[in-house]
Write a protein that binds this ligand. Structure first.
Ligand SMILES: NC(=O)c1ccc[n+]([C@@H]2O[C@H](COP(=O)([O-])OP(=O)(O)OC[C@H]3O[C@@H](n4cnc5c(N)ncnc54)[C@H](OP(=O)(O)O)[C@@H]3O)[C@@H](O)[C@H]2O)c1
Length: 352
């Protein structure tokens, strides 16, 4: 069966998914009977469209453009981005692999058209509940990669809920970037150097404040809560930012220079934790009434304390898993595992 796919975003994740489909599509079809067929590829420069499936040479030209750091417009065949909605039709699957709220009108139109929707983009699910609710209630939507990248976190939550279990709380480390930062601080590296390394290694964005603000983890916590059925709002979460408000509105370059002024404060926090036999981790705690994300002192030999580098760890406390929580751990970022997670969601939607 042919599965038409509309790509919103062909950056790290969208570009990797496209390559996986070009390289492994036949293998996937042999195993699943599903022929994953890109019918639209969109980035900010425009959209490549073919309702019958974009020809392989177009897909390869798009891959070359992406690999060279270019935009789809360099393939010479793009149409204006607002024409992407022309690709919507019942049974097509829209994969949102952007990091912008600007895709919301297309996602809303996709629901009207009975398309499947797969989100790696957290924003539609983490916006105010009044708006986000429609996405959570849409039956043909999957969003495994919004928390823990390719790790089966959302699927496991659905399995627990579908079998009548009751979630009591969720805890974990949900950010590869902040996991890396905490490990390096623990090893004695100053805050500013750890951030510089995180950028150089590709764990952090060029402007690392998008991770350091805690906002990305806050969105994941909100998505976990709402998936369980706790319709929390952003205001219900306390969020610790790892830089002061005074550094929020300066350029990324200035921030990297001023970050040195925070070195001593973070070294002191690490030392204080050490004196208590503990280590610092950036922890999300999600409950029915309220949630928090921020630095916590945890025992060195606890599962969170034992985490190293960018690994994620999520523990699901439930009525049935009440003595020992159900835990999921592994890489919580990376284009290959995340794109594969999006493909897994596409396959599950198409199979159902
Ligand atoms: N990277 C990871 O390991 C990871 C893991 C889990 C989840 N995610 C989530 O996956 C999403 C994508 O991440 P990424 O690393 O692939 O980001 P990225 O490399 O910045 O790619 C984003 C893509 O979206 C495109 N885009 C922006 N606005 C658009 C619009 N209005 N319509 C269509 N396309 C638009 C961008 O186009 P231009 O290039 O032309 O600007 C780019 O192709 C994010 O929401 C991220 O949080 C990422």
């Amino acid at each position: 069966m042919k599965v038409p796919i509309i790509f919103l975003g062909v950056g790290n994740i969208g570009g990797t998914l496209l390559r996986q489909i070009v390289e492994r599509g036949e293998e996937v079809a042999r195993r699943t009977g599903l022929v994953l067929t890109p019918i639209a590829l969109a980035d900010v420069s425009g959209v490549l469209l073919d309702p019958d499936g974009l020809p392989e040479e177009t897909l390869r030209a798009a891959l070359d453009a992406i690999a060279g750091g270019g935009l789809l417009e360099s393939t010479g065949a793009v149409r204006p981005l607002d024409e992407v909605n022309q690709a919507l039709r019942p049974g097509a699957i829209v994969a949102d692999m952007t990091a912008t709220p600007k895709t919301m009108p297309t996602l809303l139109a996709a629901m009207e058209t009975d398309c499947g929707i797969v989100l790696a983009n957290k924003i539609p699910l983490a916006t105010d509940w009044n708006t986000a609710r429609a996405f959570f209630e849409y039956p043909n939507l999957r969003h495994e990669c919004t928390v823990g990248a390719g790790l089966p976190v959302i699927d496991t939550l659905h399995y627990l809920l579908d079998t009548g279990d009751r979630i009591t709380k969720i805890e974990g480390c949900l950010s590869g970037t902040l996991g890396y930062l905490c490990t390096e601080l623990e090893r004695g590296m100053p805050y500013s150097s750890a951030i510089a390394y995180a950028r150089a290694l590709g764990y952090a964005e060029p402007d690392p404040r998008s991770d350091l603000s805690g906002k990305d983890v806050m969105r994941k916590a909100l998505i976990l809560a709402r998936t369980v059925g706790w319709p929390l709002e952003e205001a219900d979460l306390s969020v610790e930012s790892l830089f002061p408000e005074s550094m929020a509105n300066i350029s990324a370059k200035e921030f990297m220079t001023l970050a040195r002024t925070l070195d001593d404060a973070y070294t002191a926090r690490v030392d204080a934790a050490k004196e208590n036999g503990k280590v610092l981790r950036y922890v999300a705690r999600v409950g029915p009434e309220s949630s928090s994300v921020g630095l916590q002192e945890v025992a060195y030999d606890s599962p969170l304390g034992a985490l190293r580098g960018p690994a994620n760890y999520i523990s699901l406390h439930t009525e049935r898993y009440n003595k020992t929580p159900l835990t999921i751990s592994g890489p919580g970022a990376g284009p290959e595992v995340t794109a594969a997670g999006v493909m897994g969601d596409i396959i599950k939607l198409a199979s159902s």
